[in-house]
Design a protein around this ligand. Structure first.
Ligand code: GDP
Length: 421
């Protein structure tokens, strides 16, 4: 094709410098500026039994008292049945507005019989989709604030005994409706080894129960080392969390958010002590937009598709139809994740093989050294025995010569002479 194009056409594709400022250089900024002007909207749901530190974590995460005496956290509110409450705050940082809606579920998991306690949560999530769809499909479209739930941080009790049936059931029922991010609450109550074991156990259960939690994407534009950092952060899922509303002084006299115990302190922003910072970074700094996009492209599209198909008959829940775009997006993500998993597995196999080879080499080296040492000792032993025999023989010879008053050499000489004679 290039050969068929006139040279002038090829030349016209060459990069040209303009003589003056036209203004389209500003294009990439426009998206950003528009967003900054409008502000960002984000809806975060926290779910899990009461007392696991949901309110404390939210306050720690946004460095402000979203929950206070005037606005008590979920467990401090009356809870005979599961409620779904929202709390809207406008936050500002460096001139950027974030309209944050926190959705919590006071009473969740607190009853003796917790069957169906996820129903109000599902109803809430779907009613937000419903409102959005309604606004979108009106003849006179109106722009509603986006109140769809973009992420659900699910708190797992630090029992050390894996997920409870309620946790599994909740996640199974909501994983195709909302982005679920599981976290281990109050991880300061476990030792690092216990946390590592607990994380493994939870991930196994999630795979076995076919729960699809939100997969943090690999950043495509980041530098290599940041990508590596991201992957390291990703490897910390489910994040082990410690929350605190108190500022304390750490060992270096630095003021930090932490918890004080008779035996020491936890600095919640210390990566060696918990995963609070990875959670905050992955949630707000790097993936806020992706969470919104997945909500829109996958979860909302699925809802919309089920709903529209449902118009022709049947309820939303019973229709398995899926929007092809959402399905493609989901398949693409699954494929990427599969590839990453394969890459990781291959790396692990390679590392294991190298480790085994090294071990084999060092074993055979040790073996060789051992055998060399053994044969050396054997030879030395033989040498010593021969020397002893020689000594005994010399002594025997001397004794014989003395007894017979003749030396062996003389005897030899005499016998030679008699032979000659
Ligand atoms: P919620 O009911 O889930 O909102 O829980 P709260 O945030 O009200 O916390 C319940 C109690 O747990 C409070 O006394 C908190 O100080 C405490 N708490 C919160 N986070 C942690 C944590 O990470 N570790 C420990 N040990 N206690 C915590």
């Amino acid at each position: 094709l290039r050969d068929q194009l006139p040279t002038s056409a090829i030349q016209s594709k060459k990069l040209r410098q303009l003589d003056g400022y036209v203004g389209f250089a500003n294009l990439p900024n426009q998206v950003y500026r528009k967003a900054v002007k409008k502000g960002f909207e984000f809806t975060l749901m926290v779910a899990g039994e009461s007392g696991l530190g949901k309110s404390t974590l939210i306050n720690s995460m946004f460095l402000t008292d979203i929950y206070s005496v005037e606005h008590p956290g979920p467990s401090a509110r009356i809870k005979k049945t599961v409620n779904v409450d929202t709390n809207n705050v406008l936050l500002q940082e460096n001139g950027v507005n974030l309209s944050l809606t926190i959705v919590d579920t006071p009473g969740f998991g607190d009853a003796v019989d917790n069957s169906d306690c996820w129903d109000p949560v599902i109803q809430y999530v779907e009613s937000q989709y419903e409102n959005f769809l309604d606004a979108e499909t009106r003849v006179n479209r109106i722009v509603l604030p986006d109140t769809r739930v973009h992420a659900c941080v699910y708190f797992i009790a630090p029992s050390g005994h894996g997920l409870k049936p309620l946790d599994v059931e909740f996640m199974q029922r909501l994983h195709d409706k909302v982005n679920i991010i599981p976290v281990i609450a109050k991880s300061d109550t476990m030792t690092p080894e216990e946390v590592a074991r607990f994380k493994k156990q939870i991930l196994n259960q999630i795979v076995q129960s076919r729960i699809k939690i939100y997969e943090f994407p690999e950043s495509e534009t980041d530098e290599d080392n940041e990508k590596h950092e991201n992957r390291k952060m990703k490897d910390r899922v489910p994040f082990a969390i410690v929350g605190s509303n108190t500022i304390i002084e750490n060992g270096d006299g630095k003021k930090v958010r932490g918890r004080k115990y008779p035996w020491g302190i936890v600095d919640i922003e210390n990566l060696d002590q918990c995963d609070f910072i990875p959670l905050r970074n992955m949630l707000i700094r790097t993936n806020l937009q992706d969470l919104k996009q997945v909500t829109n492209d996958v979860h909302y599209e699925n809802y919309r598709c089920r709903k529209l198909a449902g118009v022709a008959g049947g309820s939303v829940d019973k229709i398995p139809n899926r929007n092809p775009m959402a399905q493609i997006e989901e398949e693409r993500r699954e494929h990427c994740n599969k590839l990453l998993k394969m890459e990781k597995e291959m790396e692990e196999v390679f590392e294991r093989k190298v480790r085994e080879k090294k071990q084999k080499l060092s074993d055979s080296e040790n073996d060789l050294e051992k055998r060399h040492k053994e044969s050396k000792e054997k030879l030395e032993q033989q040498k010593r025995e021969l020397e002893n025999k020689m000594l005994a023989f010399e002594q025997e010879k001397a004794a014989w010569e003395q007894a017979h008053h003749v030396t062996i050499d003389e005897l030899k000489r005499l016998s030679m002479e008699s032979l000659d004679g």
